[in-house]
Design a protein around this ligand. Structure first.
Ligand code: ADE
Length: 282
């Protein structure tokens, strides 16, 4: 999988060279390329932002710098001024449909093999739909992801709109209901969540089979290791009983009780057909 990341702070992404992601890169499973958006500027100050049209605080990232960079990374032909103006007009005329087919909250990406070959353009944005395990799973099947990290008040809204109108699969995701200083940290999180799902990434593939948010929407049970008694605290005795059926039942009870206490919204999403008799008693 090729991961292109565009940011004015490409050094943020040096952490992706550590640990399992570092190993995946060394093994050639993943290639991470962090680009500095300022490399696509032509003025002496390498400026990437301007004041918001319509007024207001802060600065907005300029569309033409982003387009020079993204045209290159997405392998799109550089447009003449006329063609570019026409494309922009089309994108503007098609605003509603670019939202419903491109990066609206109800967007359901298709994932046919042919689509997997096409790059996906992803913008982290606190105003976007939430990034979920399901999104990570779907994105892990693609071969080329391009991430655009906004700073300041964000990127001119026409950039995503333009590429969606050009047929690019454009997505926007929020990490959660809080605001970060920019998209860099959000992209690191998304990349970690996505790449660990690539077949061959984890040393032990079983470690991603039974995790929270995978399959049934239940949180994971607690985990313990040796010693079985530590500072007067013992692990639940069933776990040392050697009775696998009882251990499985104990862990499933923990998942259900914990999810109900911590994330009742997930319990609402449970398919009641997946519950057995013992589950229902809880
Ligand atoms: N950029 C700033 N805040 C963000 C958030 N919560 N999620 C994604 N991108 C962001």
């Amino acid at each position: 999988m090729l991961l292109d990341i565009v940011s004015v702070f490409p050094d943020y992404f040096s952490i992706l060279n550590l640990s399992l992601l570092g190993k995946a890169q060394a093994d050639g499973l993943v290639e991470v390329r962090a680009h500095n958006l300022r490399d696509w500027t032509h003025d002496v100050h390498h400026s990437v932002d301007d004041t918001p049209v319509g007024g207001g605080a802060g600065m907005v990232m300029k569309p033409e710098i982003w387009a020079s960079c993204l045209d290159e990374l997405l392998g799109m032909p550089a447009l003449t001024v006329d063609a570019s103006a026409q494309a922009m007009a089309n994108a503007t005329a098609d605003l509603a449909s670019s939202f419903s087919s491109g990066y609206a909250p109800d967007y359901q990406p298709s994932s046919s093999p042919a689509d997997d070959e096409k790059p996906v353009l992803i913008f982290p944005d606190p105003s976007a739909p939430l990034f979920t395990q399901a999104a990570a799973q779907e994105l892990s099947r693609h071969h080329h992801l391009v991430f655009g990290c906004g700073r300041y008040e964000g990127i001119d809204a026409r950039v995503g709109q333009y590429y969606a109108a050009q047929g690019v699969d454009v997505r926007e995701y929020s990490l959660g209901d809080y605001v970060l200083n920019g998209g860099e940290v959000a992209v690191c999180v998304m990349i970690e969540a996505i790449t660990r799902l690539i077949p061959g990434f984890m040393g032990n593939p079983d470690s991603i089979v039974d995790e929270s948010y995978t399959g049934e929407p239940l949180l994971e049970h607690r985990q313990f290791t040796r010693p079985t008694t530590w500072r007067g605290l013992s692990v639940p005795p069933i776990l040392t009983s050697g009775d696998h059926a009882k251990v499985d039942r104990f862990r499933r009870d923990e998942k259900l009780v914990r999810t109900n206490a911590v994330r009742p919204d997930l319990i609402e999403k449970l398919d009641t057909h997946s519950l057995d008799k013992a589950d229902r008693k809880l």
